[in-house]
Design a protein around this ligand. Sequence first.
Ligand SMILES: Nc1ncnc2c1ncn2[C@@H]1O[C@H](COP(=O)(O)OP(=O)(O)OP(=O)(O)O)[C@@H](O)[C@H]1O
Ligand SMILES: [Mg+2]
Length: 272
Amino acid sequence: MLEIRNLRVHFYTRPVPAVDGIDLTVPDGEIVGLVGESGSGKTVTATAAAGLLDRGACEVSGRILLNGEDLLTLPARRLTALRGRAVGMVFQDPAAALDPLMRAGKQAGEALALHTKLPKSERKAAVLQAFRDVELPDPERVYNAYPRELSGGMQQRVMIASALVSSPSLLLLDEPTTALDVTVQAEILALLKRLNAEKGISMLLISHDLNVVRHVAKRVAVMQGGKLVETGETEALFRAPRQDYTKRLIAAAPKPFGGAAGVRMRGDAGSE
Ligand SMILES: Nc1ncnc2c1ncn2[C@@H]1O[C@H](COP(=O)(O)OP(=O)(O)OP(=O)(O)O)[C@@H](O)[C@H]1O
Ligand SMILES: [Mg+2]
């Protein structure tokens, strides 16, 4: 379980805090959406929750409890271990996140190479299993492929697999589908839903697009100017948003995948 308590992050170079006293919980087994306009503090929040904040560049206060341990006060060694195992992070642009010169399989196995003593053969087996878990076709071929040989959707599946190899209990997903086209976006969201349902992995899913979280997240938190302005059960929030800001976000969101009735996503229960 991730419990963020009164988190405040103030970069020394900025006049105002990027994150200004937020409380956010991601219960075990749940997907929580975090939405808000550009610059509202979503990525800074996720970076903090991943234990990746550059502490030399900002003043941080509050608590970030991951299964009860406060990432902000943990000794460096313990933090590194947690980062590699308990929590995985997936970013917006897989092409930028992947090393173009390293084969996909080797990249996906890096966390295991760094954080475990598993022999190479077992690391490879774990990576191939993760590739199957994210429904990559022909895992052996993908294992030996360079990123440029894979489509954007496949690259993002490799990134998700890289986060999954260490069997984390929590995934932090920062705009994981924004760089992908609409059909691929729906497939990746369906995959996340399935991973959550089948493996019980909890997720913090960040998007500036409310439609992305609508079909996937049970609860949504709305962020503006470093603060949480509204939090609630997803459908209730869409039906009856309380804050003007949330209303504007909903009004500004494009129609979900080209149809007002929502989208049938592959992997949705009973949709096929
Ligand atoms: N390393 C940094 N140093 C200084 N300021 C930063 C740093 N990272 C983020 N900020 C500032 O903190 C604020 C919040 O940024 P953040 O990246 O969290 O926004 P966001 O909600 O993720 O936006 P987007 O939807 O564009 O990704 C912004 O004003 C940004 O300029
Ligand atoms: Mg961001």
